[in-house]
Ligand binder design. Structure first.
Ligand SMILES: [Mg+2]
Length: 448
């Protein structure tokens, strides 16, 4: 029975600031980066790879914190850890001198928890999504945490919901394997791209099968207005589409302000506004018919998001947030306060798969679609597993829960297991039994 013997961390940075990839209203020159951890065992064939996402300076600080958290696992027997991942997660966060469900320690815990889940999946010879989707409702509930959220969802409610979803699991898995998981694209609308580049990338995205497009807003109203209407003019124009194009099913477009070609536009302000400013600016862009405004204000301002959502309701524009919601309690309050139309979990901001499963359960109970954030190195690869778990085992829905496809193409070459798309702009389902959750495993070249 293997046990954990050692670990290593790596500070990996890509110079995306040189090209403007990833630029938005708050982050003009970030270097997409990752703090990674590899857990070793006394079995030469069993490792666990995990990461958290960073944007340049400070990645070394996260690596230091990972060492503190990962150190708690040395000498632990892996089967005991895997038998109750909820308990394991509690243990990781329970060092009395480090206990802090926020900030650097939480990011570090994400990397370590993700590494454990990767190891668990590889140990069972299944990709992570399959490992979790195949769990019984009892095993699923034991694999997450309910601490501080039982007023929103109890274990019993979660069990009842998961038992109900047992019906149809096999069919859902077969369907998503066949048609892929729906994705949306942000790469066409980075803030620092000029109009010509945006127009070219939007046309290319249409050619690649995409129907959901996200643009960055918030630096300058005139620029936002012009760019939004530019994108609309392309995605609503039949001439932009290849012959034989057929729009997505009407049901999947409900409430999304889709245009005549079935295309959807989303906007992301990356926290740049105060509440009143967010309402005013977004209302000014209403003619471009966005489905939602994402991160309109500070990510911790739950009541602010609720106020913005209420104010934008008459305009038919929703509110999305979550990529900076730092724990499950923030999501609980966003849901309870009716502050969001779309829940955007982040695989590395929440403390790993264990905490994410609790947010998937809460979102399903509140009937809010989960569209994971994936802007960063390795996040698409992670988020695909989480969306598949959500679809197959938790919410039972995928067409409304589109998954972000936000990454700089050139970063893919560094991944041993990169995600791939089919000709309809949908994610292929990863199926390597040794793939675990390690689609984020970076090649040796990039290890610093
Ligand atoms: Mg965003």
């Amino acid at each position: 029975m293997p046990s954990i013997t050692s670990f290593e961390t790596h500070d990996i940075r890509f110079h995306t600031s040189l090209t403007g990839d990833g630029s938005d209203a708050m982050n003009f020159d970030c270097d997409y980066s990752a703090a990674t951890v590899i857990l070793h065992t006394d079995s030469p064939t069993l490792q666990g790879h995990g990461m958290t996402f960073t944007i340049g300076r400070g990645t070394d600080i996260v690596c230091m914190a990972i060492k503190e958290v990962a150190n708690r696992l040395i000498g632990k027997d892996v089967e005991t850890l895997f038998a109750d991942m909820g308990k394991t997660w509690d243990y990781l966060l329970a060092d009395p001198q480090l206990r802090c469900e926020k900030g650097i320690i939480h990011l570090a815990t994400a990397a370590v928890d993700n590494a454990l889940w990767d190891m668990f999946a590889r140990y069972k010879k299944k990709p992570l999504w399959k490992l979790v989707s195949d769990m019984t409702p009892e095993e699923f509930v034991r694999s997450t945490t309910f601490r501080y959220i039982t007023d929103a969802i109890s274990k019993e409610e979660a069990l009842a919901m998961l038992r109900e979803r047992e019906t149809g699991k096999t069919e859902r898995e077969a369907l998503v394997r066949e048609i892929g998981y729906p994705a949306y694209i942000t790469s066409a609308g980075w803030l620092r791209y000029d109009d010509d580049k945006v127009a070219r990338l939007v046309r290319e995205a249409i050619g690649a099968g995409f129907t959901h497009f996200k643009m960055k807003v918030g630096a300058n109203f005139e620029d936002d207005y012009r760019r939004a209407n530019l994108i609309r003019s392309i995605i609503d124009n039949p001439n932009s589409f290849p012959e034989g194009y057929s729009p997505p099913a009407a049901g999947s477009l409900q409430g999304k302000n889709a245009g005549p070609m079935g295309c959807v536009l989303m906007m992301d302000a990356n926290q740049v506004w105060d509440v009143d400013e967010a309402v005013k600016h977004t209302k000014g862009l209403a003619s471009a018919k966005p489905w939602f405004i994402e991160e309109p204000t500070a990510p911790d301002d739950i009541l602010g998001h609720a106020a913005i959502r209420k104010a934008l309701k008459p305009d038919g524009i929703g509110v999305a947030t979550g990529e900076h919601a730092h724990n499950r309690m923030t999501f609980k309050q966003l849901l309870q306060a009716e502050a969001i139309d779309v829940c955007q979990i982040d695989s590395c901001r929440l403390a790993g798969v264990t905490e994410i499963l609790s947010v998937l359960l809460m979102s399903a109970k509140f009937g809010i679609p989960v569209c994971p954030h994936a802007g960063g190195v390795g996040l698409c690869e992670h988020a695909l597993h989480l969306s598949l778990i959500d679809y197959i085992a938790v919410s039972g829905s995928m067409e409304r829960n589109v998954l972000d496809l936000k990454y700089a193409d050139h970063l893919h070459e560094h991944f041993v297991y990169p995600c791939t798309l089919n000709s309809k702009g949908r994610y292929n389902v990863p199926d390597d039994p040794n793939g675990g959750y390690r689609q984020v495993e970076l090649d040796n070249h990039q290890r610093g």
